[in-house]
Design a protein around this ligand. Structure first.
Ligand SMILES: *Cc1c(COP(=O)(O)O)cnc(C)c1O
Ligand code: SF4
Length: 367
């Protein structure tokens, strides 16, 4: 049980904490939300503007300066830029792509709760994100319908309290860390009172996008109850990991937070075995275990990011040749209707350079 620094720190560090809090909230509020400004800051060709405006009208541009600083100036193919700059192709209506690819809306009968799998459920405390990712499967999700008032929160806690099969609560969103620490601390304290819960998991892209979000105040509610804390960050490319991100990760793991990463496989961003291997390597160096590599959810407006399944299976097979087994994330598909995410098997190359489906028996029997 992790109970380090459970008590909020008093007096002399109060100023520091307030400063940090202001910092991340200020960074968030100063995010670039105008496509023209984004192109200008990055010295990009104005030819990109009409497409950017068109995509922006469907799903708003939002990118904080802390993230922009990691994008290469003047490079329209930059893998981080591709995740945030809208393109005209987003408006194409592509067959087979939907506005709710995971069929979440019908399951979303209890406000703020997404209970799809056994033993764990998702609670959504917030609507905002630190960044708007163009590939997001929730780009059409009606967040407005999920704002909870105090009574609705109570009924969410009752729902969780009445279901003893639950052992873990996942705070997800939006990005739960876009909410302030006071609110999050209250939620977590209420959850900790429910005896059958053991773990608290936070799904967030914030420590990657605005690493200043990892404050003492945040660590205090995250590690301050009997619930075992897990943070699953969302990092897609090694260039996303800068010095501040490393610091934030080290800060969390030094307080006993189990860190995992999930990525989304995206064409033109991370669809190469070398990039994926380098991402895992960098993550592990700052204490983060690769968890999932998600096959892209077929959301309308993001078809241009799709890597087909066979290609994805080959990529993972080739990645396995480049790095240690524990650095290879599970390739997963989030099917609607199944009882968990579906793990998709890698395709490996044999000595004749042909791909085959068998697992690598030689390497496993060596261990
Ligand atoms: C992904 C997901 C979870 C968590 O699944 P794990 O495999 O435990 O990471 C829980 N609920 C929903 C609805 C999900 O999509
Ligand atoms: S941070 Fe996550 S939820 Fe928010 S836009 Fe990006 S992918 Fe979607």
């Amino acid at each position: 049980m992790i109970n380090l620094s459970a008590q909020p720190v008093q007096t002399n560090s109060t100023n520091i904490r307030q400063k940090n809090t202001q910092t991340w909230q200020k960074i968030l509020s100063q995010s670039v939300t105008n496509p023209e400004e984004l192109l200008k800051i990055l010295g990009l060709n104005t030819d990109l503007l009409p497409g950017a405006i068109a995509g922006h009208q469907q799903f708003q541009v939002r990118v904080p300066h802390t993230y922009i600083a990691r994008i290469e100036h003047g490079n329209s193919e930059d893998p981080l830029l591709r995740q945030v700059l809208p393109l005209g192709v987003e408006l194409d209506n592509v067959a087979g792509f939907s506005t709710d690819p995971l069929g979440e809306q019908p399951k979303n009968s209890h406000r703020g709760i997404l209970h799809k799998y056994n033993s764990r459920l998702i609670l959504m405390p917030g609507q905002l994100c630190g960044i708007n990712c163009r590939f997001c499967f929730r780009r059409h999700f009606p967040y407005e319908d999920n704002k909870l008032n105090k009574e609705e929160w109570q009924s969410a806690f009752d729902y969780i309290g009445n279901d003893t099969s639950l052992s873990e609560i996942i705070l997800s969103g939006g990005d739960p860390l876009s909410q302030n620490d006071l609110r999050l601390a209250w939620i977590v304290e209420e959850l900790a009172k429910i005896p059958h819960l053991k773990r608290l998991r936070v799904h967030t892209r914030m420590p990657i996008v605005i690493p200043q979000r990892v404050t003492d105040e945040m660590l205090s509610w995250l590690t301050g109850t009997r619930l075992q804390p897990i943070v699953v960050v969302h990092c897609n490319h090694p260039n996303e990991i800068d010095e501040d991100v490393v610091k934030a990760m080290n800060n969390m793991s030094s307080k006993g937070v189990q860190l995992l990463n999930q990525s989304t496989l995206l064409k033109g961003v991370n669809d190469s075995p070398e990039v994926l291997a380098s991402l895992s390597d960098k993550l592990f160096s700052c204490g983060v275990m690769p968890y999932y590599l998600h096959l892209f959810d077929r959301v309308q407006g993001a078809a241009h990011f799709e890597v087909d399944e066979e290609q994805a299976r080959k990529l993972i097979g080739e990645m396995s040749n480049l790095c240690s087994g524990y650095l290879v994330p599970k390739l997963a598909r989030d099917n609607s209707g199944t009882q968990s995410k579906t793990i998709v098997a890698p395709l490996y190359r044999n000595k004749e350079n042909q791909t085959e489906e068998t697992t690598k028996l030689i390497s496993t029997s060596n261990s």
